[in-house]
Design a protein around this ligand. Structure first.
Ligand SMILES: Nc1ncnc2c1ncn2[C@@H]1O[C@H](COP(=O)(O)OP(=O)(O)OP(=O)(O)O)[C@@H](O)[C@H]1O
Ligand SMILES: [Mg+2]
Length: 467
């Protein structure tokens, strides 16, 4: 059933339930009709037996008895019956005209004593194209009640049976028509119900990479599909965002690679223009080394980001002391901080479950940024603590130049650097914060920034509570 179309499934359900309903209702009515018919027949038989018994016992009622027995078994009567009275030697005393051929004496069952028993002793037989009920019961004649008689009654049930047969035929017709109608209605209803889905599908089919801005949501969808359409649109939003970032990224990448390579090329061309002294070559090679350095740092960073982007990237987690790792990073930058005349303070304590090497790399990127943007006599403070929600927070705060609000939303993007800094510090790759963010993502945490121009910047790394 799994890959049956929904239309077919719905139609099938429709047909099955309609058929079941009709069968149940029709069957019940048929059963009631049949029971009523049986009831009427039995009542008639019982009343006839009683009448005959009474008439038999009273000798002066002979005329009434004869007229009762020899009544015309009229064709038009819905319950046609035949009566016969036999004496002890099974000789026919009286019988309804026409009974001899239709219900001969021999066809009747042996007579039973009481009329109550006789109702249970009814036999149904077909005789010359008619269906009949046969019943025989003992009786006595005369006031003394000494003469034994046998009463034979045959009831022609053909018209009732024909009624039932007709009812069955009609029931079948209604059933067939009902099923047919249910099938047609099922297909129609299902198609109508599926229409919005078909529309969503056709819209979705038109969306390509270049048309990611198209959306399917609107007020016209039925409630159940509205959510699907909204979810679909949300997915398109995310895809479009990723696409835009990706295409920006490749544009930026080309741009970022061009600069150092142009520099290197320019230097080589200038150097080759004429013969030079060994010191000049040395100088040129030294300045090339800086470019190579930058290129190789950029490539390292890109490789790191690519690996971290891989959905299968997993952390090698160990529990480590965050304080010790931050201390190591701080020591590494000690000389530089001294040179810059910037104080680096550190406080707090926490233990973390994660990759200590990546943790150092994130803190180191933040501290390097802070050092780069904090002027002499500035202050950088690093703190680590578990917050109210048991999440571990690492905060790197500086008193540097700060970042204008318009740059903040993009500050974690790859290659994004604030304009002025880009010119001042050609050595930076613009990947440092992107790497911080992807390290945080690997840990299931977040990186956030707060900054005010001229006052300083605060970066907060939050590691989730389960760590
Ligand atoms: N503490 C800070 N104060 C002021 N501006 C900052 C600070 N940290 C980062 N920035 C701004 O954010 C930009 C992006 O930083 P990011 O670390 O990603 O790149 P980068 O430092 O330029 O390059 P790299 O980290 O590879 O040396 C920086 O160029 C700088 O403009
Ligand atoms: Mg940096």
């Amino acid at each position: 059933m799994g890959n049956f179309s929904i239309t077919r499934q719905l139609t099938l359900h429709y047909v099955v339930s309609t058929a079941a309903l009709l069968l149940l209702a029709g069957g019940f009515l048929y059963w009631t009709l049949r029971r009523n018919l049986d009831h009427t027949r039995h009542a008639l038989l019982a009343s006839k037996i009683e009448v005959l018994r009474v008439l038999l016992r009273e000798p002066d009622k002979m005329a009434a008895l004869t007229s009762e027995v020899e009544h015309e078994a009229s064709e038009s009567h819905p319950l046609r019956y035949y009566l016969r009275i036999l004496d002890e030697q099974n000789r026919v005393l009286l019988e309804t005209p026409g009974m001899k051929d239709l219900a001969p004496v021999g066809l009747f069952p042996d007579p039973v004593e009481t009329s109550a028993e006789s109702i249970n002793n009814i036999q149904q037989k077909s005789q010359s194209g008619r269906s009949l009920l046969f019943l025989a019961v003992q009786a006595v004649a005369g006031l003394a009640g000494t003469e034994k008689r046998t009463l034979q009654i045959a009831l022609d049930t053909s018209s009732g049976s024909a009624l039932l047969a007709d009812y069955r035929r009609k029931l079948m017709t209604v059933l067939a028509l009902g099923v047919l109608f249910a099938a047609v209605a099922g297909v129609w209803v299902a198609r109508k119900g599926m229409q919005p889905l078909i529309e969503i599908t056709s819209t979705a089919q038109h969306i390509t990479a270049s048309q990611l801005h198209e959306r399917i949501a609107g007020t016209r969808w039925p409630e159940e599909l509205g959510e699907l359409a909204a979810a679909f649109d949300a997915m398109l939003d995310r895809l479009e965002d990723s696409f835009t970032r990706l295409s920006q990224f490749s544009g930026n990448l080309a741009h970022e690679l061009r600069t150092p390579i142009n520099n290197l090329r320019g230097e080589a061309e200038v150097a080759l223009r004429r013969c030079r002294q060994p010191e000049e070559y040395q100088q040129i090679l030294e300045s090339s080394l800086e470019e190579y350095d930058r290129l190789s740092r950029m490539i390292d960073g890109l490789l790191f980001l690519a690996r971290a982007d891989n959905p299968k990237a997993a952390l090698e987690r160990t529990r480590f002391d965050a304080r010790k790792e931050i201390e190591t990073v701080r020591e590494f930058y000690d000389a530089w901080a001294g040179e810059q005349d910037v104080e680096v303070a550190f406080e707090g304590n926490a233990s973390l479950n994660g990759d200590p090497m990546l943790f150092r790399r994130a803190v180191s990127n933040l501290l390097a940024n802070a050092l780069q943007h904090t002027p002499a006599r500035g202050r950088i403070s690093i703190s680590v603590r578990a917050n109210d929600h048991q999440a571990v927070e690492v905060i790197v705060d500086d008193t540097g130049c700060g970042i204008a609000p318009e740059h903040l939303p993009k500050i974690f993007d790859r290659f994004y650097r604030v304009g002025r800094v880009r010119a001042e510090r050609p050595g930076g790759t613009g990947l440092g914060l992107a790497i911080v963010q992807s390290i945080m993502r690997l840990h299931g945490g977040t990186a956030s920034i707060q900054s005010r121009v001229g006052q300083g910047t605060t970066f907060t790394l939050e590691f989730p509570a389960r760590n």
